[in-house]
Design a protein around this ligand. Structure first.
Ligand code: KG4
Ligand code: ZN
Length: 386
């Protein structure tokens, strides 16, 4: 099965083409085409992601990315295609010139040899999600291909299970129950997966997501967006000696699986307020903040592993790229929960991308979860639990 996938939930615009051979239990994936454009430079000027700006950037870049993915997959062949505009109809009319651009492109190429189109339906920034959803619906109508809506967080979860190299991989066989810690710019949650596609939300942040806290603390330290990798860079060299500061570990001891990161962020604000920080000071703050965030994430995760007798832990989302998090989790789990299988996404699979949406789309397509073009609605608050 060949799947074209589209991701536009936040500040990455991405289109991928995946080939999946086998069924749910044995699937082998090959990336045929993968085109991604990060809007980071655009958002850096504003210090964060603004939905209207993200929407405009997605609209501008989706068609060129589609072309690039098709070229890479050797699926682009020039040939007139009649009636494209009529088939798209009223879709994409509010998407900043995207309709005109897409009509022109699709009118000159043959229908590619794909079996389905997967698209992120949510969660994320709703105006940004809509661009991808409508783009996918337009392609589905013009090419007469089935549409599979995907949950972005399920994409992150599956990305953590990728096993193989950058072009060809499989998904690790799971031993249930699986505990998933999903940590990104918009989410911090613990989900219990009792079986494939069966999720229970057992904990989440009550305020800021951990990635958001990284981004805000970075800003207080004068570092560019996105803050996670910047904090990590400053913190790393400080780990050869003990921390000289003390920040709180919010909710670390509460008898639940929830998190809170806004108090930690505020504590950093008071720490740096009205102070001239030297470079070393900034490194110390970054280190203590990273320590505090990771300790809370680990302690709550370990507690949930025990409480739910989980056999597997999958950590996914942008923050799972954090080196200290990976080291801390791996060392502590090896000591305290040696029987638990632990998965982190391979390099290139931590942040947002379309390949993970294609993987999730494949498994959903196996369940026959197709939707009619024109009926898919973006949902900024989509949740995996059901
Ligand atoms: O999953 P993602 O790419 O987008 C969302 O769905 O939100 O996650 C982005 C978040 C940002 O907050 C970014 O600062 C954080 O992931 N991040 C990191 C690291 N790399 C990215 N946080 C900590 N350490 C990192 N190395
Ligand atoms: Zn994400």
């Amino acid at each position: 099965m060949r799947i074209l996938s589209i991701e536009t939930s936040c500040d990455e615009t991405a289109v991928a083409i995946l080939e999946a051979v086998g069924d749910r239990s044995s699937a082998q994936f090959t990336i045929l085409g993968d085109a991604l454009y990060s809007q980071i430079e655009v958002h850096r000027e504003f210090g964060g992601v603004f939905p209207a700006v993200a929407k405009r950037e997605h609209a501008k870049n989706l068609t060129p990315l589609l072309r690039a993915a098709l070229v890479e997959a050797s699926m682009l062949s020039e040939s007139p295609n009649e009636g494209v505009e009529e088939k798209i109809g009223a879709l994409l009319e509010r998407e900043h010139g995207l309709k005109e651009q897409l009509v022109e492109f699709l009118s000159g190429i043959a229908v590619p040899d794909i079996d389905a189109i997967a698209v992120t339906r949510g969660p994320g920034l709703e105006p940004a999600l809509w661009v991808g959803v409508n783009f996918a619906q337009a392609l589905s109508l013009v090419w007469d291909k089935p549409l599979v809506p995907v949950d972005h967080m399920e994409g992150h979860l599956l990305a953590s299970l990728v096993k193989g190299n950058a072009r060809s991989f499989s998904i690790s066989q799971l031993h249930f129950p699986v505990l998933a810690l999903l940590v990104s710019g918009g989410h911090t949650e613990l989900l219990l997966m009792g079986a494939w596609h069966s999720y229970a939300l057992i904990g989440r942040t009550r305020d800021d997501a951990v990635g958001e806290a990284f981004d805000k603390v970075a800003r207080m330290l004068g570092l560019p967006y996105p803050g996670g990798p910047e904090i990590s860079k400053l913190a790393h060299p400080m780990r050869t000696s003990p921390s000289t500061m003390k920040l709180p570990r919010p909710m670390i001891g509460t008898p639940d699986s929830d998190f809170s990161f806004s108090g930690l962020k505020t504590a950093v604000m008071y720490l740096v307020k009205d102070r001239e920080l030297t470079h070393t000071d900034r490194c110390e703050v970054a280190r203590e903040f990273e320590d505090a965030a990771v300790e809370v994430l680990y302690t709550k995760t370990a507690r949930a592993l025990e409480e739910n007798d989980a056999k597997t832990l999958a950590v996914g989302g942008g923050v799972s790229a954090n080196l200290h998090l990976k080291t801390y989790f791996s060392e502590h789990l090896a000591q305290e929960h040696p029987a638990v299988e632990v998965y982190f996404p391979p390099e290139g699979f931590t942040g947002d991308n379309a390949v993970m949406i294609g993987i999730a789309g494949f498994y959903r397509a196996q369940e026959g979860e197709f939707m009619q073009a024109g009926t898919v609605r973006a949902d900024g608050n989509l949740a995996l639990e059901r």
